[in-house]
Design a protein. Structure first.
Length: 658
C-alpha cells in the first residue's frame, strides 16, 4: 500500500437529500465492474444503505464506505446522508476525505444543506467536483443552477463539459478537452482559467500557442489545490455521465499524502458494532502504519489499546486487511474504550474539524414495560456511542432518559433502529428547544467549605461575560504554594461540569472564569474536597450576578407562490422573525431572514398546507441570541442544587464514596 499512494483516492459524496447521491454511488460501482447488478434506492437494494430503516425509507442515515477501481486507481468512496437531521454523520465524514463530489440537482438547484456542506468543504479546503445530476428530468435548467452556484457557493467554477440537450433530450456531455470540442465552449473554459492566473492570462492575451495538454494539466493542479471547482453533468439514474465523473475524480482530486514510515497519526470518525467482531472503530490514518496485534496510543484518552484485527469495509462486506497505512481508512477491532473523535497516535497530522451539527431539540424517551428500563439505558448509551451528539442524559433518581436530536426525521429513524436492533418499543415525547444561559454581568463566586469535618477547601472565582459563541474560557492566577497543582487541576476539571446546569437548568456559556483565590489545609484537606467545593463556588457566583436565557436562532430561506407572500411575512413577524425585502423570482417570492427555533418548530408543516405543498422552507443553525425578557424556560435540574449547600454536600459525599 505504501508505494501506491499516487493511485489512491479518498472521496466523499455529498448533497442535499434527494439529489441522487446513493444512485450515483451505485452506478459508479456498476460501471467500474465492482458490482454485477445495479442497486436501486426505490427497491431498497443499494450497497451503501445497509440499515433496514435506510432501505425502507429510501434515505441514507449513516455514512457508508465502499471501494472501486478506475483507470488503475483505487477509489475509497464514502456516501454520506443528505438529510439535515443527520448532519453529524456528514461532519465526521468531511474530516477524513481528501476530495469531494458535491451533487446538485439540475431541477432543485442549490438548497440549504448544499450551502452548509459547501461552507464546511471550503473551511477545510477540500478539493471538490460539482456534479449537476438529474439533467434528464422535466424542469432541469443547468444555466439557472450554475447561476445559483455562482451566487450561493462560488464563482470559481470550471465548466470542463458542455451538456448536449436537456430534459428528455439530454444525451450526455461533450468533454471540452477533446480535440474536436465545441470551439466557443472551449474558449470560455480557457478564458475562465486565464482569469484565475496572471501567468496564463499574459500568455493567452499575447496570442502564444499554449498546448491543450498544458492547459489541462494546469486545470488539474488548480482543482487539486481547491482553487477551482470542475463542473460536470449527468443523469445518474440512467448511468449517463457517471464514467466521466469517475475519470474526473481520478484527474482532479488529490491522492492522500502522509508518510508511512512516520509515527502513526489518525482519527476515529465512526463507531459500529458487529455481531461477530464486536466494537469496530473506523480510523483514517494520516501518517504511519498500524498492523494487526499492534498496541496503539489513544492520545485523547491517554491510554494504550491493542488492535486485534484491521478490516477493510465495503458496503455489507468486510475482510481482514492485516494493516492500515498512511492515507488509508479501515475498521479497527479490539479497541474497547475508543470514542468518536479520538486521536490515535500523534495529533500532528490530524486536520481540524468543521462543526456543522448543533442539536437544538431535547426529547424524553418513554417505554411501555417497566422491565425494559435497563435495556433501554443500554440501547441509547450504545447509540450515543455511535453518534455522540445524541448526548444521552440518564436521570437515575427519576428513571428518565433524555436525548438531543436535530429534528423529527432523526426521531423516526431512532425509533425504528431501537426496534430493529434491540427489539424494544420506544416512544419519544414532544421535542423541546435547548436553551442556554449566560452571565448578566461580571462578579465573583466564593465558597469556604470547612464543615462537616474532615474537609477544607476555599475558592474564589472571578466570572465575566464573554463574546457570543466563545464558550467557556478558564484560567487560574493562584500560586501553587497557596493551592497545590493537583487541587488546581481538580478545580479546572470540575468548572465545566459545574456550568452544565445554570440557574434555570441549562448549560452556561460564553463566559470567562478565573480562579483568583484558593486555599487548602495541610491536614484537613481531603483530595475530593475541591470536587465538592467547585460547583458550590460556581453556583454562588451565578446566583450573585444572575444569568439570562439564550435561544437558538435559525437562518431561513422561504420560497412561496407570490400570492402567499403577505400571509407568510405576517406569520414570520408573529414568530419573532426578522427578514429582508422579499425577492421576486418569476411567480415565486423568496424571503430570507432569521427566526427563533422555539417559535418555528411546526412551521414547515403549516407552510406546506397554506401553499398546498408549493412553498418550501430551508433552515440552518445561526447561533444563540439573548431571549426577550418575557420568554421563560426552565429545565428540571438533575441532582441536588449546589446552592442548597448542606443537602448538596451530603449527596455528593455519599456519591463520591460509593
Amino acid at each position: 500500500m505504501g508505494n501506491s499512494r499516487a493511485n489512491w483516492r479518498n472521496v466523499g459524496i455529498f448533497a442535499h437529500v434527494d439529489a441522487g447521491k446513493t444512485t450515483t454511488t451505485e452506478h459508479m460501482l456498476y460501471v467500474s465492474g465492482r458490482t454485477r447488478t445495479l442497486g436501486s434506492v426505490d427497491t431498497g437494494t443499494t450497497i451503501t444503505d445497509s440499515m433496514e430503516v435506510e432501505r425502507a425509507r429510501g434515505i441514507s442515515v449513516r455514512a457508508a464506505m465502499t471501494a472501486l477501481e478506475w483507470q488503475g486507481t483505487h477509489v475509497q468512496l464514502v456516501d454520506t446522508p443528505g438529510h439535515v437531521d443527520f448532519l453529524s454523520e456528514v461532519e465526521r465524514a468531511l474530516r477524513v476525505m481528501d476530495g469531494a463530489v458535491l451533487i446538485v440537482s439540475a431541477v432543485e438547484g442549490v438548497q440549504a444543506q448544499t450551502e452548509l456542506i459547501w461552507n464546511a468543504l471550503r473551511k477545510l479546503r477540500i478539493p471538490t467536483l460539482i456534479y449537476i445530476n438529474k439533467m434528464d428530468r422535466v424542469g432541469a435548467d443547468y444555466e439557472a443552477v450554475l447561476a445559483d452556484i455562482r451566487s450561493y457557493l462560488t464563482a470559481d467554477l470550471l465548466a470542463v463539459q458542455r451538456p448536449l440537450g436537456s430534459e428528455q433530450q439530454f444525451a450526455g456531455s461533450e468533454d471540452l478537452w477533446a480535440e474536436d470540442a465545441d470551439a466557443d465552449a472551449r474558449t470560455a473554459l480557457l478564458e475562465a482559467m486565464a482569469e484565475q492566473d496572471e501567468r496564463l492570462l499574459e500568455r493567452y492575451v499575447s496570442g502564444e500557442e499554449v498546448p491543450l495538454a498544458e492547459w489541462r494539466a494546469e486545470a488539474a493542479a488548480k482543482a487539486r489545490r481547491a482553487e477551482v471547482y470542475p463542473v460536470l453533468y449527468g443523469a445518474s439514474s440512467k448511468g449517463i455521465g457517471v464514467q466521466a465523473l469517475l475519470g474526473a475524480m481520478v484527474e482532479y482530486l488529490p491522492a492522500p499524502g502522509g508518510e508511512a514510515e512516520a509515527p502513526p497519526s489518525g482519527i476515529v470518525f465512526k463507531i459500529e458494532r458487529d455481531k461477530v467482531m464486536g466494537r469496530m472503530a473506523y480510523i483514517r490514518l494520516y501518517q504511519g502504519k498500524i498492523r494487526n496485534r499492534d498496541v496503539v496510543r489513544n492520545f485523547t484518552q491517554q491510554m494504550d489499546e491493542k488492535v486485534t484485527q484491521i478490516r477493510k469495509m465495503d458496503g455489507f462486506r468486510s475482510e481482514d486487511a492485516g494493516e492500515l497505512a498512511a492515507g488509508g481508512i479501515a475498521a479497527v477491532c479490539g479497541m474497547s474504550h475508543v470514542r468518536i473523535g479520538d486521536i490515535i497516535g500523534s495529533p500532528d497530522a490530524v486536520p481540524e474539524e468543521a462543526r456543522l451539527a448543533v442539536p437544538l431539540l431535547t426529547v424524553q424517551a418513554h417505554w411501555g414495560d417497566a422491565q425494559h428500563y435497563p435495556a433501554m439505558v443500554q440501547a441509547l448509551t450504545e447509540l450515543s456511542d455511535e453518534d455522540p451528539l445524541l448526548n444521552v442524559q440518564w436521570l437515575q433518581d427519576e428513571r428518565e432518559l433524555h436525548v438531543k436530536v436535530m429534528g423529527p426525521i432523526q426521531l423516526e429513524i431512532l425509533t425504528s433502529v431501537i426496534e430493529q436492533r434491540y427489539g424494544l418499543s420506544v416512544r419519544f415525547g414532544q421535542p423541546s428547544v435547548i436553551y442556554k444561559e449566560t452571565l448578566e454581568e461580571a462578579g465573583e463566586g466564593y465558597i469556604s467549605y470547612l464543615m462537616p469535618k474532615p474537609c477544607w477547601a476555599v475558592l474564589r472565582f472571578r466570572m465575566e461575560p464573554g463574546e457570543r459563541g466563545s464558550g467557556l474560557q478558564y484560567a487560574s492566577v493562584v500560586r501553587s504554594e497557596d493551592l497545590l497543582p493537583q487541587y488546581q487541576s481538580e478545580v479546572a476539571r470540575r468548572v465545566p461540569e459545574a456550568l452544565e446546569q445554570g440557574l434555570y437548568g441549562w448549560e452556561v456559556v460564553d463566559l470567562k472564569v478565573t480562579l483568583i483565590e484558593g486555599q487548602h489545609h495541610v491536614w484537613h484537606t481531603h483530595p475530593l474536597d475541591f470536587a465538592v467545593a467547585t460547583p458550590m463556588g460556581i453556583m454562588n457566583g451565578l446566583a450573585s450576578v444572575g444569568t439570562r436565557l439564550l435561544e437558538p436562532i435559525l437562518q431561513f430561506r422561504i420560497v412561496v407562490p407570490e400570492e402567499a407572500g403577505g400571509r407568510v411575512m405576517n406569520d414570520l413577524s408573529l414568530m419573532r422573525g426578522t427578514f429582508g425585502a422579499p425577492v421576486l423570482h418569476g411567480d415565486r417570492m423568496i424571503i430570507e431572514g432569521r427566526i427563533p427555533a422555539a417559535t418555528s418548530l411546526e412551521y414547515a408543516v403549516e407552510l406546506s398546507s397554506l401553499t398546498k405543498g408549493r412553498g418550501t422552507i430551508a433552515t440552518f443553525f445561526a447561533g444563540y441570541e439573548p431571549c426577550p425578557p418575557d420568554v421563560k424556560a426552565e429545565r428540571q435540574r438533575r441532582g441536588v442544587n449546589p446552592l442548597d449547600q448542606s443537602k448538596y454536600i451530603l449527596s455528593v459525599r455519599k456519591a463520591l464514596q460509593n
